[in-house]
Design a protein around this ligand. Structure first.
Ligand code: PNS
Length: 171
């Protein structure tokens, strides 16, 4: 199924991108003509990011190319999500839902975004069962304690994580 002429935004912190994010992005890319992955420059509700926005963007671009996702582009944004969506000509925002615990946060975001821009529709894709537990925070925690994250993130992320975490804890 393809929604003709429709552009969707998949927004997130992507610090770093996981295979769960890529599952949602690739499923969205099968439905929409064009998918723009929006990497928020500095998430307001989170601590400082482990990777810069340029690094987070590059990891996604690399993984999208490796997965053969031709209708994906990646952009960094620093403004309201709905403003960014308008700038990009997107009428739809796609979010992934893993568990009931995601619902409350997404419900709030949905209400705020809808109040700001009723013309931009938010739509939700349920995570595949194999990724329903997966989060960037969990991956960083595993890597901090030496756990193997190679099944959970793209290869470039897996090979950079341990170094980056130790560098980050020194600084
Ligand atoms: O991966 P995350 O951290 O859940 O992504 C959060 C994101 C980027 C979707 C959210 O923080 C966001 O939309 N930020 C931009 C500011 C904004 O528009 N906030 C919602 C309305 S106040």
């Amino acid at each position: 199924m393809s929604v003709s002429g429709k552009v969707a935004i998949c927004p997130g912190s992507y610090d770093p991108v996981t295979n769960g994010h890529l599952d949602i992005i690739s499923r969205a890319s099968g439905v929409f003509d064009r998918v723009i992955v929006g990497v928020v420059n500095q998430p307001v509700r989170k601590q400082k990011t482990l990777y810069t926005s340029e690094e987070r963007k590059a990891f996604i671009e690399q993984a999208a190319a490796d997965h053969g996702l031709g209708n994906i582009s990646v952009e960094i944004f620093s403004n309201l999500l709905v403003e960014f969506a308008r700038e990009q000509g997107a009428g739809v925002v796609i979010k992934g839902l893993r568990a009931i615990s995601d619902f409350e946060y997404e419900f709030e975001m949905n209400q705020l975004n809808r109040m700001l821009a009723p013309d931009i529709e938010s739509m939700y894709i349920f995570a595949s069962a194999r990724y329903s537990f997966l989060s960037s925070t969990g991956v960083k925690e595993m890597a901090t304690f030496g756990g193997d994250v190679s099944e959970l993130v793209p290869p470039a992320v897996a090979s950079s994580l341990t170094d980056r975490i130790s560098r980050d804890s020194e600084g």
